[in-house]
Design a protein around this ligand. Sequence first.
Ligand SMILES: *Cc1c(COP(=O)(O)O)cnc(C)c1O
Length: 392
Amino acid sequence: MALLENVEIVRKRIGQRGLCAVLKGDAYGHGIDIVAPEIIRFCSHVAVVDNQEIEAVRRIDENIPLIRLRVGSEGEISDAAKADWRVREMAASFNKIEEIGKIYSHFGQTADIHLSLDAAGLGRNGFSIRDPYSLDALMRTILTIPNTRVASVGCHLPDAGSAVPYHSADPSTRALNGFVATVKWILQIFVDHGLPLPEISSYSSSSSCAFGEHDPVAVLGLPMFDRIGSSLLGLTSSNRHGELGTGQVLHAGTFVCDVTHREHGETVGYEHSYKIEDPEGKDIAILGVGWLTLSRYQQGLGKTTTPAHCMTPSGDIHEFLGRQSMNISTVSARSRDGRDLRPGEFIYLTTDFGPDEYSPTIPRVAKWMGGVQHEFVSTAFGASSSTSRFLF
Ligand SMILES: *Cc1c(COP(=O)(O)O)cnc(C)c1O
């Protein structure tokens, strides 16, 4: 439900522009086989990265334009060509496009290329646009490489979350202006060669939010599509340009392994961090997840900051007791309202419901970590398949 509501909100935001659902990183850890079938009918394009993801999308939809959103390796590209997945390969160098052309000629096909321009200085997946004259010369040769066809031209704005649209000093605004100027230049080459004009794609989730109403790229007058990842999954709320009203799609949960009783005066957790004060003692529920399960990379998370509570599907809040360890958590078996957890019961570890400021929602975890990529956190939450699973 959250996913479909998010799609609706995003569709309103992007208006006439196409919606390219970015489902890389196994749909940011949500499971591409679960997410794609729900939303593909609202999309004009889908973008992924790995061949398993391409295959997963093709199983659902044989024809939707499908983009590999990073430069592929020779093996990946050739496996994709051989399987006839008709994936649009991202490319940002003459050699790569030539290689793609050779691979596709071997299979008697023409490859679609998503030409990436490094408008914002990411220095990885894009042609540098610093020197228009050498770029012009380069493009003239690129557009004639056999067995290739440039189907779209795009850029990626890494600072979009903090963009100040139409402010001359804003990095995203400057990048977009540079992109538009460069694309105008390149389009002339398409015209000179009599080639069909490409689609344009400059916005990701945050930039789509930021530039939604002010659209410097529209002047190009070409079909456009926005590449939306985080917003679809309700994860842009921590940006300045969060997609208002979207909801978190992913919630991590686990089953209670056991419940044990501890007497008054006994302690729970490392360094005797929690001391039982209740005269009757306390029942402790053991969960088979800990801060390492949440992510081995979240250095310090959970050692110093323990999420305050977890929550059952019926909304009972159970507090974490004591300093938690890497793959076991200890929570109060008795909820704040006096209900007792039993072994085998299911409990959510992440939730955006509930009164507490400290439950480990993904945006909040990202805040504790000082900023984090959503797909990284959501994937890492599932690092131990035996102890943690996702609910939607
Ligand atoms: C991941 C990615 C996107 C989607 O980014 P979100 O911020 O998650 O919407 C768009 N474009 C490129 C090139 C990407 O790598």
